[in-house]
Write a protein that binds this ligand. Structure first.
Ligand code: NAD
Length: 487
């Protein structure tokens, strides 16, 4: 891996990795360029894995599998705990690396590192509490014993928007369960993944237990790994479109899949909400990572009585945000990940404006260097505009006015997605009643941030299959085995 001046100046050299990480060995290479999204300048170049490299990674994961599975849970737990401690010790360097390659503001990057490390701490604890079952058969003549075994080699594919947390949310439970893994991070943000692998080595993760590959051919490499009968799990976080393709591919060899896919979160504000609380929550739910989050509020449904005050308050807050490179400590809103991301946001906003929406702030991409889109609020947006159907993945808040609770529920559910939703009301009974009718995997009531390693994260409908985090997250990497015993 080569490092360019900007990168070397910001990141701790101890975290500079050298390329593919297979079987505990670093294999240098080049072919994938990593850009600074705030300038478009080259940041680093990393290795581009071939299909043969992927096969070697499966060999390495297989060679390590029996030993890791047989390692006492307490020992696996302590390795994860050390990895958590090392991430915490190196939090500032990791945050800088994330801010550099992803573009998010340092405050968000620091929050991500703390969140990411917590998955290792949580699963260090869960590793020693793997549940089993002992039951009586209904006939009373026998007993039912259920054990949980590691599912086998797991392929983990992660997106660029949370380069640390999406990886630890998979590696933590997989290692705790006794599985060995191959991580394929997004090509836009590989440096964080390699830096974390470096820390994993230092924490004592044995060679081959965690392998990391970057590639410009994700489809070819993933298909080759899924076709290998030793691979028994695919855990994917990314867009619904790629998720559908991977589900079809995994079907060929009936590989177990966990899918964390796209979202289109409604943010419902009732007339009886505390306006300041709702605005604080809206800023978190919309602007964490400059809107590049699967849980980001994508549609603001605001009841008629509070609508104008909410739009005015949100506009003032969005206008006041300081744009800049993520690694500048003053920055509150960083660049988008790529120029294509800016083009997509521009298309959605332009279509909404053409359909009758009005921008109270922002509304056009910036023309400076880098991939910036300004914080934008749109009002009077038609409920069937493309911006209400597609993930915006940027700092744009479209606001829609509604009258009744039933109308809010109907609008909120009018999407193929069902990952996250938010409700603001002072009346908890009303919020719970409405919440029960929203089709979502996660619901924030008077809270704009719901992610917690101790809670089950995931979606319904086309937002995904399975859950990460919480007490059930480890079971995604295990198979129940039923023992029918006569004794
Ligand atoms: P993406 O689907 O384009 O890419 C995700 C990962 O899949 C990357 O590593 C990419 O290289 C890889 N990939 C792409 N094509 C592939 C193929 N054919 N085979 C195998 N791998 C392939 O998504 P993205 O743009 O990186 O991330 C943004 C998306 O991720 C958004 O839709 C967002 O909502 C979603 N997301 C979901 C969650 C969640 O927990 N539900 C969390 C974060 C992001």
């Amino acid at each position: 891996m080569t490092f360019h001046a900007k990168f070397s100046g910001y990141a701790d050299p101890a975290l500079h990795a050298v390329g593919l990480y297979i079987g505990g060995k670093w294999q240098s290479g080049s072919g994938i360029t990593v850009l600074d999204p705030s300038t478009g300048n080259l940041l680093a170049e990393v290795a581009d894995a071939s299909i043969e490299d992927a096969q070697r990674a499966v060999d390495a994961a297989d060679a390590a599998a029996a030993g890791w599975r047989a390692t006492p849970a307490r020992q696996r737990s302590e390795i994860l705990r050390r990895w958590y401690q090392l991430m915490t010790q190196h939090a500032e360097e990791l945050a800088t690396l994330i801010a550099l390659e992803n573009g998010k503001a340092l405050a968000d990057a620091r929050g991500e590192v703390a969140y990411a490390a917590e998955f290792f701490r949580w699963y260090a604890e869960e590793a020693t509490r793997i549940p089993g079952e002992f039951r009586h058969t209904p006939s009373g003549s026998h007993n039912i014993l259920v054990d949980h075994e590691p599912i086998g080699i797991a392929v983990l594919i992660t997106p660029w928007n949370f380069p640390a947390a999406m990886a630890t949310r998979k590696i933590g439970p997989a290692l705790a369960a006794g599985c060995t893994v191959i991580l394929k991070p997004a090509s836009e943000t590989p440096l964080t993944a390699y830096a974390m692998a470096r820390l994993g080595e230092e924490a004592g993760v044995p060679p081959g237990v965690v392998n990391v590959l970057t590639t410009s051919n994700p489809g070819g490499i993933t298909n080759a790994m899924l076709a290998d009968p030793r691979v028994r799990k695919l855990s994917f976080t990314g867009s619904t479109g790629v998720g559908r393709v991977l589900l079809a591919e995994a079907a060929k060899s009936v590989v177990s899949c966990s899918m964390e896919l796209g979202g289109n979160a409604p943010f419902i504000v009732f007339d009886d909400a505390d306006l300041e609380v709702a605005l604080d929550g809206a800023m978190i739910a919309k602007m964490r990572n400059a809107g590049e989050a699967c849980t980001a509020a994508n549609r603001f449904y605001v009841q008629a009585g509070i609508h104008d005050a909410f739009v005015a308050g949100l506009t003032a807050r969005m206008k006041s945000l300081k744009l800049g490179p993520g690694y500048d400590p003053e920055t509150q809103c960083g660049p988008m990940i790529t120029q294509n991301a800016v083009r997509k946001i521009d298309r959605l906003v332009s279509e909404a404006l053409a359909a009758g929406a009005r921008a109270t702030t922002g509304g056009k991409p910036l023309t400076e260097n880098g991939y910036f889109y300004p914080p934008t609020v749109l009002e009077n947006v038609p409920v069937n505009a493309s911006i209400a159907r597609e993930e915006i993945f940027g700092p744009v808040a479209p606001v829609y006015k509604f009258e009744s609770d039933d109308e809010a529920i109907r609008l909120a559910n009018n999407t193929e997605y069902g990952l996250a939703a938010y409700i603001y009301s002072r009346d908890l009974k009303r919020a719970m009643k409405v919440g029960k009718r929203i089709e979502t995997g996660m619901l924030g009531i008077n809270r704009g941030l719901m992610s917690d390693p101790a809670a089950p994260f995931g979606g319904v409908k086309q937002s995904g299959l399975g859950r990460e985090g919480g007490v059930t997250g480890i079971l995604e990497f295990m198979e129940p085995k039923y023992f029918a015993v006569d004794y």
